[in-house]
Design a protein around this ligand. Structure first.
Ligand code: G3P
Ligand code: CA
Length: 268
């Protein structure tokens, strides 16, 4: 392939800190990402939404309601408005046993702030969320990647993977920069199967697939690996499931508990 991501080359199983170490700290906040690094997660997972004034912020939902003290759609709020919100107190209220005073008043980070904080040595697994809601999101993402030197002059990267449920969004990224390694996400409602034809077409633009773990089986993984695509299921939080994923041939996984996954990996 034309990707240069070191983990994929080295065949190391990748431990992706899903929304940061979001089992322990409020998702998509700097402390959650820091904890992901401390727990030796290989990648910081970042979901992207875009503000009214065109800035990329780390947030899972299209609305700010669940993970902040605000209400409304990200697309209707400016970055300045989003910066007024508290992105940590909800977590303390929902998980009193995990609550920490430092989570109070945390801000929603921009993608740029995350890059500033963690730099080029960290690895980022970045998802374009709701790309249909945010025209220009892919162009903005590529511009930020360039500005923070996450890609070199030839467009190559050592530390970024781009993921999306939207094939269209991935194709846009691919057209803008064919060197960026991409992962096609899937959300299956029923037990999943995938065909050689589908996998061949994915292989034309992506380096891997990321389905929901609960709907796949060993046969699915075999198909994916036969096409030499990476297999990164989400979101795998239970030890037994982590083991199962490894036995099936997963090349990495998304987890809210990167520390637990490292324990499982060390047993192997
Ligand atoms: O990106 C992999 C996984 O995170 C997809 O599900 O809803 O947690 O973004 P979601
Ligand atoms: Ca995600």
């Amino acid at each position: 392939g034309n990707h240069s991501n070191s983990f994929i080359h080295e065949k190391k199983i990748v431990n992706v800190a899903h929304r940061g170490a979001s089992g322990y700290a409020p998702e998509h906040t700097i402390p959650a990402y820091q904890m992901g690094e401390q727990m030796k997660g290989d990648y910081i997972e970042i979901d992207l939404q875009m503000t009214k004034d065109g800035r990329l912020v780390a947030m899972h939902d299209e609305k700010v309601d669940r993970t902040t003290n605000g209400t409304g759609l990200v697309k209707d709020l400016t970055l300045a408005e989003i910066k007024k919100l508290d992105a940590g107190t909800w977590f303390n209220e929902k998980y009193p046993q995990l609550a920490k005073e430092v989570y109070e008043g945390l801000k929603v980070p921009t993608l740029e702030e995350v890059f500033k904080k963690f730099g080029k040595k960290a690895n980022y697994y970045i998802e374009t969320k709701s790309p249909d809601v945010y025209p220009g999101m892919e162009e903005e993402l590529l511009q930020v990647l360039e500005e923070y030197k996450m890609v070199d002059s030839k467009g190559r990267t050592k530390n970024v993977l781009i993921q999306s449920f939207s094939k269209e969004s991935l194709m846009k990224v691919h057209d803008l920069n064919p060197k960026l390694p991409l992962v096609q996400l899937f959300s299956y409602k029923n037990q999943a199967t995938i065909s050689d034809e589908e996998l061949e077409s994915i292989k034309e633009y992506a380096v891997g697939v990321g389905p929901n773990f609960s709907k796949v089986d060993g046969q699915y993984v075999k198909m994916v690996r036969n096409h030499d695509l990476q297999f990164h299921p989400y979101t795998v939080n239970e030890r037994a499931d982590m083991k199962k994923a490894l036995e099936w041939g997963a090349t990495g996984l998304f987890t809210n508990y990167p520390d637990v996954f490292n324990e499982v990996l060390n047993e192997y």
